[in-house]
Design a binder for this molecule. Structure first.
Ligand code: CA
Length: 233
């Protein structure tokens, strides 16, 4: 059982704060809140949060200052700025102080959740989580030791197979073409005349391992005319 990912919301507007909290809790995160700058800074500096969502205009101390101080203490602490003023200047200032990303208000909740997921994926918590790939209810792949299981059945993978799965997972919002897999996983230049059948053979081998019925893939699906897509939650 993995521990829950902990997020901190520093936001003085109650409606936004509680709205964000509800959504993020719904998505499985553990969430704490601060309503002003100094409290937000203290909590952020405690080092117990995997990601800080930081409003810019805050009573007591603004978000840029908080971000600056967090960075001085912990270079790797992921921070997303929530900026009401979506002028380029604000955004550039936020990013130059080391925020990992920014979201301009008013933002859609779906967009914010995607940004949170993306920043976490690039962070140390992402590195920990990425070590394990889960598909559906019963497939688990440990990407570090190339072992896994489907239900009670033990599986072993080649490094190339795991690299493919990880690349597909990283791009699971879209199908990935054979050419792209050859370029990114094999490192072949696109104009080399390498048979794309190499990719298909590896896909077939992977399906025999992870799919309940390799003829009717649930996880590693073919998107006609586009390539392959990994169906992760
Ligand atoms: Ca504010």
């Amino acid at each position: 059982m993995q521990r829950k990912i902990r997020l901190l919301i520093v936001e003085d507007e109650e409606a936004i704060r509680t709205g964000l909290m509800d959504v993020l809790v719904y998505h499985g995160y553990e969430v704490a809140c601060a309503a002003d700058g100094p409290v937000g800074l203290d909590m952020a500096m405690s080092g117990q949060f995997d990601l800080v969502l930081l409003d810019v205009m805050l009573p007591g101390m603004d978000g840029f200052e908080i971000c600056n101080r967090i960075r001085a203490e912990d270079r790797d602490q992921p921070v997303i700025m929530l900026t009401a003023k979506s002028t380029d200047e604000d955004i550039i200032q936020g990013l130059s102080l080391g925020a990992d990303d920014y979201v301009a208000k008013p933002f859609s909740v779906a967009q914010l959740v995607l940004r949170v997921q993306a920043v976490l994926r690039r962070s140390r918590v992402g590195a920990e989580q990425d070590a394990t790939l889960r598909l559906g209810e019963d497939v688990e792949v440990d990407c570090r030791n190339l072992q896994g299981h489907r239900g009670g059945e033990a599986l072993s993978f080649t490094r190339r197979e795991v690299d493919m799965l990880q690349y597909l997972r990283l791009n699971s919002d879209r199908p990935v073409s054979r050419d792209e897999l050859l370029a990114k996983v094999w490192g072949y230049a696109k104009n080399l005349d390498i048979e794309t059948r190499t990719v298909d053979i590896h896909i077939a081998k992977l399906r025999r391992k992870i799919e309940p019925d390799p003829a009717k893939p649930l996880y590693l699906v073919t998107v006609r005319g586009a390539g392959y897509r990994l169906m992760v939650e």
